[in-house]
Design a protein around this ligand. Structure first.
Ligand SMILES: *[C@@H]1O[C@H](CO)[C@@H](O)[C@H](O)[C@H]1NC(C)=O
Length: 624
């Protein structure tokens, strides 16, 4: 009896050692699992609460709890939770009165990062309206396309972006859209028909009393509250539907990563993207902390800002971390209070360099698509990984990596017609089961595109999986690595570029008959830069000037093809799909490619590609 007890006790004593030997991340795994459990239970409670508890209600609770706490710090001003609440009340009243907004309407917002962005969003939420967050870099046809697919009847912008709106005004008028310009003086209203002002004085004169919650009483968990644009992995930009359920869930990311209410979060990523808006802004509301908002990223100002505002949490995309590492070294590189960096896409070498240079910052890589129903988080800080498998996560969010045929551009099916899981350690396409708990809310006004992202009959007849379009690898320790992105999109400078959209613009140039756009890897850079293979019209020469002018006026800089390759005919697959994989692999080295190549030089245009240019790019002397 005694011996038995002794054995058990000894066994218990060595148990931690045993667990540690089997899994050196045991403690972190347990802590993470517990955090997820707590947050998961809280989310379940929120989801079941009646009346519906939205992100706005969460904000109003924070206002009640700490009205005088700083919520937004912007340039040299700061705004408390109460300031922001009152200002959004004013704008809500003005919008209700001038635009006649009522519950269920959608308003497209075309604005840069500034406190008013937050007021406007909260104002719309107070009226029960959804906000479609337009990318302010897009112009003309793309802008109209994005606007139209949200179903909005009102466009809200700011005086600085009037130019972009004026360009599409005739098209907007045709669809009887009303345009409101925040910060535009009232006199300007008479000048252009259909463009109304929301001037500062009008805002200040409006009442700041709270709005009646009845105005937004019809919403359910499934009611759309935001539309965030994504080119996903196929085709033109689409508006991913973010309903209340999704926003609440996604806003818990800061909490999962260990951000607290005392943190000061630096938000400089554009608020029209998920990272800035949902993870940054909404996440901070959920935590009740302070947001240091910045108009735009600046590598030279980054750490000065962090020091000036006592920032403790930063967000990043991979490129940003490299830009920071590329700045000249300074003595005060390690003087800051940043303890956590939350983001996606940092390369392993940049990761190590960043830590070495800027000190002990916990880098928390996360993976997730705006419209996706699956995410990963690398809570261990394992360099290079985007996440870690966790049994709880796996049970709650079933997913699989499946074999993918890159030439035929579709998942491999076995003899019974089902998808095939890749063995551990091998690269496969990430698919995630669509279920009640893990819904895929799809794209606004685009059932076809929504359907395209669904993989049906993957493992059993009748099942449905979300096709992430991303190739991942999971190693034997359970770490998840991002390998590549497939399909009609590539990523450059943190933006997804839809190849079909770039194609559509290229073929509008007189000399171009056909275009095939793809992304090529550049040494020392994340993502892929744009390249186009062109077939010219018969007897036509490549008109570098016209191409440059068109590309410059119609595409944001990150989407412009940096390299052009002239071909006599464009390769297509057996099913007449354009071959991209082979071209992308061939890249842009003049010594190995016999076709004529052009390079887009900033502020000049397309010039013939030379070996010198290639070498400068390869050696990092020429920055792209
Ligand atoms: C930052 O922290 C320091 C020391 O804790 C404090 O003296 C300073 O006022 C803070 N700055 C801001 C902008 O809050």
């Amino acid at each position: 009896m005694c011996t038995l007890l002794y054995t058990i006790l000894a066994g218990l004593a060595v148990l931690p050692l045993f667990l540690y030997l089997r899994n050196p991340y045991f403690v972190q795994d347990v802590r993470y699992t517990l955090t997820c459990l707590v947050i998961g239970l809280r989310l379940e409670r929120v989801k079941k609460s009646k009346p519906l508890y939205t992100m706005l209600d969460c904000f109003l609770d924070r206002v009640k709890k700490h009205p005088f706490k700083k919520f937004i710090v912007f340039e040299d001003s700061s705004y408390t939770y109460r300031d922001v609440d009152r200002q959004s009340n004013r704008i809500a009243r003005l919008l209700r009165q001038r635009a006649g907004l009522t519950e269920g309407d959608t308003v497209a917002v075309l604005m840069g990062n500034e406190p008013a962005y937050v007021y406007v969003w909260l104002a719309l939420a107070k009226l029960g309206c959804a906000a479609a967050l337009l990318n302010y870099n897009i112009r003309a046809k793309s802008l109209m396309q994005c606007f139209s697919c949200s179903g909005a009847k009102v466009l809200l912008t700011v005086a600085e972006l009037r130019g972009a709106v004026d360009e599409v005004l005739p098209a907007l008028r045709e669809q009887s859209v009303s345009v409101f310009v925040l910060g535009q003086e009232e006199q300007a209203e008479q000048m252009t028909e259909g463009v109304k002002s929301l001037s500062s004085s009008m805002v200040q004169q409006a009442s700041d009393l709270p709005l009646d919650p009845q105005l937004r009483s019809k919403a359910t968990l499934k009611t759309p509250t935001l539309y965030i644009y994504t080119s996903g992995t196929t085709g033109l930009p689409k508006a991913a539907v973010i309903n209340h359920e999704r926003l609440t869930m996604a806003a818990s990311m800061q909490a999962i990563a260990g951000v607290t209410g005392d943190d000061i979060v630096y938000v400089y990523l554009p608020l029209y993207h998920t990272a800035g808006f949902v993870m940054g802004l909404a996440g901070s509301i959920e935590r009740g902390n302070t947001v240091v908002l910045r108009r735009k990223f600046s590598a030279s100002q980054f750490w000065d800002d962090c020091r000036k505002y006592n920032v403790t949490v930063i967000q990043y995309i991979g490129e940003i971390m490299r830009y920071l590492c590329n700045t000249p070294k300074k003595d005060n590189d390690r003087q800051h209070k940043v303890r956590l960096a939350l983001g996606n896409g940092i390369r392993a070498d940049t990761w190590s360099e960043f830590l070495e240079r800027f000190g002990d910052v916990r880098i928390c890589e996360c993976y997730g698509a705006t419209e996706g129903n699956i995410g990963f988080l690398n809570y261990i800080g394992k360099v290079g990984a985007i996440g870690r498998e966790n049994f709880l996560h796996k049970a709650g969010f079933p997913y699989a990596l499946i074999q993918y045929d890159t030439e035929r551009e579709e998942p491999v099916r076995n003899s019974r017609g089902f998808c095939v899981r890749v063995p551990t350690g091998e690269t496969g396409l990430l698919v995630a089961k669509i279920s009640q708990r893990t819904p895929f809310s799809g794209y606004a006004k685009s059932p076809q595109q929504t359907d395209k992202k669904k993989l049906k009959d993957a493992f059993v007849k009748g099942d449905q999986y979300f096709n992430s379009g991303d190739l991942l690898r999971i190693d034997h320790e359970g770490f998840v690595y991002f390998m590549d992105r497939i399909g009609d999109t590539f990523r450059w400078k943190g933006e997804n570029v839809a190849t079909t959209e770039v194609c559509d613009h290229l073929i509008m140039v007189e000399c171009i008959e056909e275009a095939n756009v793809y992304g090529v890897k550049v040494p020392g850079h994340e993502g892929r830069i744009g390249m186009a293979a062109l077939k010219l019209k018969e007897n036509a020469e490549f008109d570098s000037k016209a191409t440059y002018e068109h590309v410059k006026s119609s595409l944001p800089s990150y989407a412009r093809p940096r390299f052009i390759r002239i071909q006599n005919s464009l390769d297509v697959t057996g099913t007449y799909k354009q071959m991209k994989v082979k071209l992308a692999a061939e890249g842009f080295e003049p010594s190995t490619i016999r076709d004529q190549l052009f390079y887009l030089e900033d502020n000049t245009g397309y010039i013939p590609m030379t070996q010198e240019i290639y070498n400068s790019i390869r050696d990092g002397k020429l920055r792209l």
